[in-house]
Write a protein that binds this ligand. Structure first.
Ligand SMILES: C[S@@+](CC[C@H](N)C(=O)[O-])C[C@H]1O[C@@H](n2cnc3c(N)ncnc32)[C@H](O)[C@@H]1O
Ligand SMILES: [Zn+2]
Length: 280
């Protein structure tokens, strides 16, 4: 069985934990930050570089998610992981953000948990949750983890990288990938746009994985203050493409009830992919 622990991002060898450092036997080493995360980005990205979501975005996400508005999604994910019936599964939170879903899952069931994100600020906040988990900075396109080491991969609102997912999942592994549902935040859009549109609910297409099921989650949330409304809006992609008039309409709202809707896609490795790996 492959160990569920990061490998050296430079040479691929196993990493050992020594006090506040991860080190491979070829001498590459990666220090833990004081919050307990480790930066495993290599190449042109130096440990001090700030890429990915900014500190403000990370803090806004933390502040909003902590209010529990997306709790129905966390509950549905926990249920989906339970349904898989794996004992103490190796769970990878892909593009984990500030770690909200990692925390909800690790509180609900015993699991071995790793999470990574390209944004150091997001990973820093995730590590500050002090879970029994390791969070690291890494790029989705080159995740420093062994092949076939993941039982359950969580993938929420983040870029889809089928080659990485197929490589990381065990043959029996499952990817739970979440996209916004049709009516997600529809009332918020109605408040801002003249002609709001519904999301297409399109789950990512992939030939390396097979979509074996979907689960829809819908709930109504009530935002009681203009700050909460603004915080939610700031987390959406609309924030970059809304007119001044739309922003003014949003800022005039005192409270808002809106739908939250999500689709969880359950993906497994396709037979063809498993056969190819056996041949290699
Ligand atoms: C919309 S946020 C979702 C975060 C988290 N999954 C959640 O739902 O709270 C998207 C995240 O993907 C991360 N991300 C974007 N491109 C990435 C990449 N190439 N590798 C790793 N993370 C990436 C961003 O830094 C950001 O934290
Ligand atoms: Zn190394």
């Amino acid at each position: 069985m492959q160990p569920f622990f990061p490998v050296c991002p430079v040479c691929g060898a196993a990493l050992q934990k020594e006090d506040r450092v991860l080190r491979c036997d070829r001498g590459h080493s990666f220090d833990f930050a004081k919050e307990g995360y480790v930066n495993l980005l290599t190449g042109s990205h130096k440990p001090g570089d700030s890429i990915g979501d900014s500190r403000e975005m990370a803090r806004a996400r933390r502040a909003f998610l902590e209010k529990g508005c997306f709790r129905p999604l966390a509950d549905a994910l926990i249920e989906a992981v339970r349904t898989e019936g794996k004992e103490n599964p190796a769970v990878l939170d892909i593009c984990c953000g500030e770690g909200y879903y990692s925390e909800q899952l690790s509180r609900a069931l015993p699991c071995r948990l790793l999470g990574f994100d390209l944004s150091k600020e997001m990973v820093r906040l995730a590590a500050k949750r002090k879970l029994d988990a390791l969070f690291f900075v890494a790029n989705l396109a080159a995740v420093p983890l062994p092949d076939s080491s993941v039982d359950i991969a969580l993938h929420l609102f983040a870029p889809f990288h089928e080659a990485s997912f197929a490589r990381l999942l065990k043959d029996s592994g499952v990817l739970l990938s979440v996209v916004p549902g049709k009516r997600h935040l529809f009332e918020l859009k109605e408040a801002v746009y003249d002609t709001p549109y519904e999301n297409d609910e399109a789950l990512p297409q992939t030939t390396l994985l097979t979509l074996t099921g979907t689960k829809k989650v819908t709930a109504k949330i009530r935002l009681e203050t203009p700050e909460d409304i603004r915080a939610l809006f700031a987390m959406t992609p609309y924030v970059h493409r809304t007119s001044k008039e739309g922003i003014a309409r949003l800022e005039a709202l005192e409270s808002l009830e809106t739908t939250v809707a999500f689709v969880i896609g359950v993906y497994k490795k396709s037979r063809q992919q498993r056969d190819e790996e056996l041949r290699d």
